[in-house]
Write a protein that binds this ligand. Structure first.
Ligand code: PMP
Length: 438
């Protein structure tokens, strides 16, 4: 294996000189990757890491069908959407066919942030309102208007706090629900927090334009909404004249296995769905899908034009991604492998007091670490040590949540039973090692 390019240290130094200083690096000893293949990332020393973290490479790194579709179309034609082309309409038809209800109108952008910004414009055009309800510790994108809707950003260092048009509902985390709530009332109790925000608006002479949530809040710590939560919340918000948007940027495209879209596990149909990350298996693209009615409101005389969004190359890539998910039954694989992982994690939970909760749907999983199972005090340092220990043993994962105490796993949809065993072996080894040093 031949090392090429600059050394790790030289790249770190060059980043300092040539790049924005707030561009962060993963791990205290950052990795230089030179190649990706399937579930593996290969570093500059030829070492392979099992990628259980990067959900953008939905079908696995450098998937040959995607690479072929991309390079073939790039060699033929790439241009903007004001000229006619098959790819954009075929892709729009194929994408909307995966969605339920009246979600029939698609438009394309280049990043999840762009998709969410466009969703906000649609909401404003349709409702004439600005007021939005988001969940605590949510993240929805990097533009200023989306930072304003992202407690994860505006509440932390560098943030400027909550803006008056933004209302925060409690994160409906079943694991951290008050112990005196009965199991079957958790969804309603958390939904009350949304009703309370609408009441606050009403007192200020306002009403909600938007309820925006990830269908599985990820940055908030891989939180799986209690059954029935979105059904109640959507009803409350719609009764007050607002619309409901699902941010599927992280969790969409069959990751949950049982469905194409994670909101479907809650039995609801949003008014707008935004998509990104896995949509192009690494090619920068994004989409917004909405109803004919909202699309008509948005069509207010101002053109929507996006130089790169919906171009023939991006749509060829998007089509290849959908083809592979369907042809290779990847949703079924996500479900089977995800369930197997959950079962293995449950077995670990029975042996390690530090594991407070394990949760997951398909290949979107979390392991919450706590110093005490009763108080549920977050085990932030141990989570960090385990994340680093797993990396040293050749497995990439992440930590997430307001206290960074949740191990976050989102491996590619091709993740096999053997990959799952490898991950669990590494986790077992790392847990034993880290905990013996406590
Ligand atoms: N929404 C969610 C839930 C996300 O996780 C992200 C990216 N982390 C975004 C929106 C923004 O996407 P992008 O970085 O592609 O602009």
């Amino acid at each position: 294996f031949q090392q090429t390019g600059r050394s790790r240290d030289a790249i770190v130094a060059a980043r300092r000189n040539a790049l924005l200083p707030n561009l962060s690096m993963s791990y205290s000893e950052p990795i230089k990757f030179v190649r990706g293949e399937g579930v593996w990332l290969i570093d500059d020393r030829g070492r392979a890491y099992l990628d259980c973290f990067n959900n953008v490479c939905h079908l696995g790194h450098a998937h040959p069908d995607v690479v072929r579709a991309l390079s073939w179309q790039a060699g033929l034609l790439n241009t903007n959407t004001r000229y006619l082309h098959d790819n954009i309409v075929t892709y729009a038809e194929r994408l909307t066919a995966t969605l339920p209800g009246d979600l029939t109108v698609a438009t394309f952008a280049c990043s999840g942030s762009e998709a969410n910004s466009l969703m906000l414009r649609m909401m404003r055009a349709h409702t004439g309102r600005e007021e939005a309800i988001v969940l605590d510790w949510a993240y929805h994108g990097t533009t200023q208007e989306l930072i304003d809707l992202s407690p994860y950003k505006y509440k932390r260092k560098g943030g400027k706090g909550r803006k008056p048009h933004v209302y925060e509902a409690t994160i409906p985390d079943p694991y951290r629900a008050p112990s005196d709530w009965a199991q079957d009332e958790i969804a309603s109790r958390y939904a009350e927090s949304v009703a309370e925000q609408i009441e606050r608006m009403r007192k200020a002479g306002k009403a909600p334009g938007l309820f925006l949530a990830e269908s599985i809040p990820s940055v908030a710590g891989q939180v799986f909404l209690p059954d029935g939560y979105l059904r109640e919340v959507y009803a409350i918000v719609r009764a007050a004249g607002g619309i409901c948007a699902a941010d599927e940027v992280q969790v969409g495209f069959g990751r949950v296995g049982s469905h194409w879209w994670a909101f479907e596990t809650q039995g609801v149909v949003p008014d707008i769905v935004t998509m990104g990350k896995p949509i192009g298996n690494g090619h920068p693209m994004a989409a917004v899908v909405t109803t004919r009615e909202i699309a008509a409101s948005f069509n207010n005389g101002m053109e929507y034009f996006n130089t790169f969004g919906g171009n023939p190359v991006s749509c060829a890539v998007g089509l290849a991604v959908l083809d592979v998910i369907e042809r290779d039954n990847l949703r079924q694989n996500a479900l089977d492998t995800g369930n197997y992982l959950l079962q293995r994690f449950e077995e670990m939970k029975a042996r390690y007091d530090i594991i407070g909760d394990v949760r997951g749907q398909g290949l979107f999983l979390g392991i919450e670490l706590v110093t005490d199972c009763k108080t549920k005090h977050p085990a932030t340092e141990i989570a960090r040590a385990i994340n680093n220990g797993a990396k040293q043993r050749g497995v990439l994962m992440g930590t997430e949540g307001p206290h960074d105490n949740i191990l976050k796993l989102r491996p590619p949809m091709i993740f096999s039973r053997a990959n799952a065993d490898y991950l669990v072996d590494v986790l077992e080894d790392t847990f034993a090692d880290v905990l013996s040093n406590q």
